[in-house]
Structure formats: C-alpha cells, structure tokens
Ligand binder design. Sequence first.
Ligand SMILES: O=C1O[C@H](COP(=O)(O)O)[C@@H](O)[C@H](O)[C@H]1O
Length: 318
Amino acid sequence: MSTSMSVSVSAAASSSLPPLARRRSPPASRVPFRSLRSLPRLLSSARTLLRPAAAMATDGAAPAASSKRGLLIFEAEEDLAESLAMYTAELSEKFAAERGAFTVVVSGGSLIKALRKLAEPPYLETVDWSKWHVFWVDERVVPKDHADSNYKLAYDGLLSKVPIPAGQVYAINDALSAEGAADDYETILRQLVKNGVLAMSAATGFPKFDVMLLGMGPDGHIASLFPGHPLVNEKQKWVAHITDSPKPPPERITFTFPVINSSAYVAMVVIGAGKAGAVQKALSDKKTSDLLPVEMAVLQDGEFTWFADQEAVSMVRN
Ligand SMILES: O=C1O[C@H](COP(=O)(O)O)[C@@H](O)[C@H](O)[C@H]1O
C-alpha cells in the first residue's frame, strides 16, 4: 500500500507555483503564515495543491478520485490556530449555505486549545453558530463535569464562548455504561440522519459529517482507536465502546473508521515534538502492515488536511 501526499507549504504557496512533483519544498522554518490578511490567498493556493489520495481505505476499497490529502506546516502554533479557525469558518459558511446545517465533530486533547480563535473576533460575530451541530469523535465515559471529560474540555475551551443552541451539542449520556453510551450515541446519529441534519455517504452507507477536527496521540491513535487494538477493524458499528483503553481513563466510546473515513473534510491537528515520530511514519511513502490508526484514516470521498507545526514534522524528510 502506498500513500500519495502533497505537501503544501504555507507562506510559499502561490498560484504560480510549479506542480508539486517538480517543486522542491523550502524548509518549513522559512515558510510561516505571516499575517491574517495573507491567509485567504495562501489557504486557497494550498487547497489547489491537494492531490488525490492513493492509499486504500481500511476496508480495502480505493478512495474515490475526488479524495484528497494535503499538509500545511506552520512556523508557530499561533499561526496554525489562526488558519484552523479560518478553515472551519469557511466550511461552516459553505455547509450552512448548501445544507442549512453544519455538522462538526471534535476530538478531545490538544485540539481544543487549537480551536480557541473561533471564539474570538472576527469569527465570534461572523460565523452562523445557529447552524452548528457538534459531536465528539470519542468521549471518556465519565461525568460531564469530570476533568477527563472531552465534553468539559470543549465546553470550557470553546462551546461556552459561542452561541451554539444547546440542543445542537450532542454530549454522551454519562449515566450509561460504556456500551450503553455508545449504543445511545449511535441511535442519536441515526435519528439525525432521518431528520436530514446529518448527511449519509452514498459511497459507504455510513454518516458523512461535514468536518472532523481531530488530534492525534503520540502513539498515532486518533479518536479512541489505539494501535493494535481490535476496535480499529470494526466495520459495522457507527459508534463503539472500549473498556481497556491503553490511555486512561479505560472506558470510552469512539466513532469507528467507517464513519471517520466517510467524512467530507478532516483536519488532523498535530502540534509539538511529541507527535513527530507518528507524523513521520504517517507521512512516509513506505507503508508496512503495522499501520498506525492515523494511517488508517483514508477518506473515501473527502479532503484530509494535516495542520502541523514545525516540531510535529521535525522528523519528516523532504
Ligand atoms: O485520549 C485522547 O487523546 C487524543 C490525543 O490527544 P492529544 O492531547 O495528544 O492531542 C484525542 O484526540 C482524543 O480525543 C482523546 O480522547
């Protein structure tokens, strides 16, 4: 299996760039996003450099030709956060106009801090928050006010600061067991498909979220899908439970790969040297059978974009 990845290097991007195959990317240290004013041009240029993904999805199916992957590298975390806010706001506008709703999935962990600029001007005023429907790609089965709760993390860091209708924030039922909470969450998703809030992928038969804003652990896990855990091979369920998570707390629920890989857009946010080893493996052309979970995130018909700082790509060779 081989993965084709285009590398879009932020401030160097321009519409006159030669094709990526013939272009040597300058070192990341020379290509920061420098100012908010330059971001629209830079981001739109970067998107034109995205290429079809060549890797196979985890079920062995080849992604559709429209499936794309790209990499944005930022000199500073602050710049990454600015760009991530703009990316999300643009998708919010697009899907609100197209569908009248914007289904946004978030992870826990470091991702939430990287979303902080959405709660600041201009996005606080310009985003149509009434269209947002917020979900968790994974959740720890703990009370919502527990320090380990991904809901609490997102509420404190973002949701308490923006006017999303409370009924459109889909936290887990924390009174249930892990298995019960996973089943309950899947039932909610199925209802939202029936209501037309949540789209379905014609290609996969699984729900198609508008965007998933995800982080990755240092071991390459995404959501609560951990390296070597049998849950990475789940093919039927939309939402599964785990009671032996190698990272505490042990009881969690998680979206499965068929759901993640049906997304329209995924932003994979990786910040810091602790992620460098997994990022190097994920971006390598040489694929081995021991795929990390992050390497199993291959969209069937969508756009997958890495948002990385320099430390996170420090082990990646040109
Ligand atoms: O346990 C979890 O870890 C991952 C990665 O967290 P990070 O702090 O290393 O970014 C996170 O994406 C997931 O939602 C969370 O439950």
